[in-house]
Design a protein around this ligand. Structure first.
Ligand code: 2HA
Ligand code: ZN
Length: 269
């Protein structure tokens, strides 16, 4: 079967990277059933032939008008599709969409009429924000990392920067690779525009955003780097939990050790 990825190595590499990440999410136990979603702004790989491709779906509303998305194309995981299936067959479990000129709707153009993720309002709202703020970030990953989500069932970790400080203090690399930390968004209905707007607000301040009792949302240059951010934070959550299961509260790195590391790596305070 013909694919939009044929003879387009740049686009194929981007989509294959999403597939690789999808496999990791499944292996980690973060992607039960259809859990999680990934979108990538692939506009940079679009040529005239793609621009001329006829839609293979009717026009659908995004639910918001997003002016910076004019002329943009996205690879999106399909709604109700499984990460473990996407890992092997990305163009059967996801699709490429074209944003319409009104910036309020989209059509699917390839390879199959797979409807995009239920979290499309959050994802596209975030991409609109990223383009508008001149960010190089092109990928958004939402997933359900077990230990990080477990932390949000305790009110103390929902207070501003409490979880971030605990996670940073478990191992020096966490702050080095996630220097702006984890933002917390109080529970909102999955897929809602409110959740999308809150996600944008928190991403102004944080690298990764936590949706209380639901999952995380990360953005970066590509899907692998977004995954790495989440993986680093969840590693710290695992160390915290391992210490608790051994029957003690972990000390964490001291304030002096954190300050020394922050200075040595030139990180924001
Ligand atoms: O796509 O994870 O938040 C399934 C979800 C919705
Ligand atoms: Zn989810």
């Amino acid at each position: 079967m013909k694919s939009i990825l044929d003879n387009r190595p740049g686009l194929a590499q981007e989509v294959n990277r999403v597939a690789e990440v999808a496999g990791y999410l499944w292996q980690k136990g973060w992607a039960e059933r259809n859990g999680g979603n990934i979108t990538v702004n692939v506009t940079g790989f679009v040529d005239d032939a793609i621009r001329r491709m006829p839609p293979i779906s009717e026009a659908r509303a995004i639910g918001a008008t997003l002016p910076h998305l004019k002329g943009c194309y996205f690879y999106c995981k399909g709604t109700n599709k499984r990460m473990r299936d996407l890992a092997r067959r990305p163009m059967e479990n996801g699709s490429v969409i074209r944003i319409l000129d009104d910036c309020a709707g989209y059509v699917i153009i390839a390879d199959n009429p797979v409807a995009p993720t239920s979290e499309l309002p959050s994802h596209l709202g975030v991409h609109n924000y990223l383009i508008g703020s001149g960010s190089p970030f092109k990928a958004a990953v939402h997933t359900h990392p077990i230990e990080l989500i477990a932390m949000t069932h305790s009110p103390k970790f929902l207070e501003k920067d409490v979880a971030t400080r605990v996670l940073w203090s478990m191992i020096p690399e966490t702050k080095a690779f996630c220097p702006r930390g984890l933002g917390i968004i109080p529970y909102e209905l999955p897929g809602s525009v409110q959740l999308g707007n809150a996600t944008i607000r928190e991403l102004e301040e944080y690298d990764v955003v936590m949706w209380e009792k639901h999952g995380v949302f990360a953005v970066d240059c590509d899907a692998m780097q977004a995954f790495d951010q989440i993986d680093v934070l969840n590693k710290s959550a695992l160390i915290y939990i391992a210490a608790k299961s051994m029957g003690f509260e972990p000390d964490g790195m001291s304030d002096e050790q954190m300050q020394e590391m922050t200075a040595a790596f030139n990180l924001p305070k």
